[in-house]
Design a protein. Structure first.
Length: 366
């Protein structure tokens, strides 16, 4: 029989992005028998178009969620509650109410999926900063997605109450579907917005074209604004780039495109947490070119399983791509190293193991 009840709050997809995929994967993973796992879905959105917007309908839906959450807790009586926290003003206020409800019933842990926490607080009003501090006093600690991110909460908690639990994912291994062509296939996977570096990706493709590199770039994801879409599509068309925009892909279709690739490219220019797309790329055995945002460098070791490049630097991206094009053996070795790192540190089992250590440590303090 399970000894302790653990309640994790999160958002189920759709829409599909890092935190919804994370919450879904947690529910599909085998947890230790010592825990009875409870899940509460607090998602009121089905598409990106309504995210971050406040309207009468969303207010009513959130009130219903808070009442349902209060009832759920009273019925199930969890021993520990984990609540992911937004790092945007409206999102934080909505999440903070879950914390206010939870604190009356069980010790509550906060979890942050990004790395923009301090930047957001610096830009926020004194009133909001005071409210954040007051809310965090209702929690007993915080979980971040990498050792590099613990500093985000050092002024709010003692160091032994800030924990690192990187993302983990189970990915089915399949035989790579590579053709005999010497064309280098590059894949970008993520939301198509400036902060994810999509402009740098397309600009780097221009540099490959100028250097007469035999390449093909696959861009997988959903456009988030028309201006960025028009800019990127215009560059592709005016330069006759070998680029295909796939739109969002999921599950087997997404993995198939990764496994038929040679290199994974993900160069965000804003703070990140620990992007799940990197785990998928590592599992697919791909060398990765990325930027040093958030906990990315804990997955991508420069010169080992890929390269860390400067943000907003398409020239540097192109240089690394050209080097890997001219050195296929290095490309292959880096791909093997990526898969080794995935197996060692970023499977679902490893993530659950890390969560279990945190939960037991907190429960022992009760």
């Amino acid at each position: 029989m399970p000894d302790k009840k653990i309640l994790i709050v999160g958002k189920n997809p759709p829409p599909y992005f890092g935190t919804t995929v994370w919450f879904q994967s947690l529910q599909n993973t085998l947890w230790p028998s010592e825990f009875e796992m409870l899940w509460f879905n607090n998602n009121i959105h089905s598409s990106f178009s309504t995210l971050g917007k406040l309207g009468f309908k969303s207010i009513i839906n959130n009130i219903r969620l808070y009442n349902a959450f209060r009832t759920f807790i009273k019925k199930n009586k969890p021993d520990l509650i984990l609540i992911p926290m937004s790092q945007a003003t409206l999102g934080f206020i909505k999440d903070s109410i879950f914390i206010k409800i939870a604190k009356k019933n069980a010790p509550t842990l906060l979890m942050l999926h990004g790395a923009n926490w301090i930047n957001w607080l610096k830009k926020s009003s004194l009133t909001l900063n005071n409210y954040v501090r007051s809310t965090l006093k209702d929690t007993i600690g915080a979980i971040v997605l990498g050792e590099n991110l613990k500093y985000l909460f050092e002024e709010f908690y003692k160091k032994d109450l800030i924990f690192s639990v990187p993302n983990g994912l189970d990915v089915d291994f399949i035989t790579k579907n590579k053709s005999a062509s010497d064309k280098m296939v590059i894949t970008y996977l993520g939301n198509l917005q400036p902060s994810k570096g999509i402009k740098s990706v397309i600009e780097a493709a221009c540099k490959l074209q100028e250097a007469n590199i035999n390449y093909h770039l696959k861009v997988i994801g959903q456009w988030r604004d028309e201006e960025t879409k028009e800019y990127c599509e215009s560059l592709v068309k005016s330069n006759s780039l070998s680029v295909k925009f796939y739109g969002p892909l999921y599950d087997a279709a997404k993995l198939e495109e990764l496994y038929s690739s040679d290199i994974f490219l993900f160069p965000p220019n804003m703070p990140e947490g620990h992007p799940i797309v990197l785990i998928e790329a590592m599992a697919a055995g791909l060398p990765i070119i990325a930027t040093n945002q958030g906990a990315i460098s804990e997955s991508v070791t420069n010169g080992e399983n890929g390269y860390i490049v400067e943000s907003n630097n398409p020239v540097q991206i192109a240089e690394k791509l050209i080097y890997l094009y001219e050195n296929p053996l290095v490309r292959k070795q880096m791909g093997f190293k990526s898969q080794e790192k995935y197996i060692e540190a970023f499977t679902s089992a490893k993530m659950i193991q890390n969560f279990s250590k945190v939960f037991n440590q907190i429960l022992q303090k009760k």
